[in-house]
Ligand binder design. Structure first.
Ligand code: ZN
Length: 185
């Protein structure tokens, strides 16, 4: 059985903000009973926070078995990260709405690799749209499924789908735009 993850990725937090914002959201989640305070080994050999007594409040359709799973943790990720989904179906230009990556067109997806590398090295990660020519930053493209490039993310392992209202509440606390990559390992 595969392990499913869902991430709330903050695409606006700066490297300086990430640690204290991450800690703030964690303590809010503990306070709400969404996750437990003590970290234990619950994410594929890594430490995380298991679901709390009130975790259902964060999900659309909770299931009773979540507490029984070996992998069911929540984890705050800080530091420069690509918050990825499994694969890329489409990448849409925010200016002209053209799809610069579509379906099986692997060539155009690999065009992003140097841009992501450049961003990792401290660059802006901006690339011109090959249809309209306008410069577009990594987080400005319409990624489908969602991808995020940033310094702060919140991973949920094997949780039922997160409720939109819960995700909005996390975004509001952060004061930032978030995206929700997901996938299965
Ligand atoms: Zn364009």
């Amino acid at each position: 059985m595969g392990e499913w993850f869902e991430t709330i990725a903050d695409v606006e937090a700066t490297p300086e903000d990430a640690d204290h914002l991450g800690a703030e959201v964690l303590s809010w989640l503990v306070e709400q009973g969404i996750v437990v305070a003590e970290p234990t080994e619950c994410i594929l050999g890594n430490h995380g926070h298991r679901p709390g007594p009130n975790y259902a409040a964060a999900t659309v359709e909770p299931w009773d078995d979540l507490h029984e799973l070996a992998t069911n943790g929540f984890r705050v990720v800080t530091g420069q990260s690509v918050f990825y989904s499994m694969g890329v179906d489409q990448v849409i230009c925010p200016h002209c709405n053209a799809a610069v990556v579509d379906g099986q067109d692997q060539d155009s997806w690999s065009d992003f690799t140097p841009v992501i590398d450049e961003w990792y090295m401290g660059g802006a990660g901006v690339r011109a749209c090959r249809h309209c020519g306008k410069p577009v930053g990594l987080n400005e493209w319409g990624w489908s499924p969602p991808w995020g490039f940033g310094y702060l993310g919140f991973e949920f392992w094997n949780w039922p789908m997160l409720a939109p209202g819960f995700v909005a509440a996390v975004s509001n606390r952060l004061g930032h735009r978030t995206v929700q990559p997901c996938g299965k390992l």
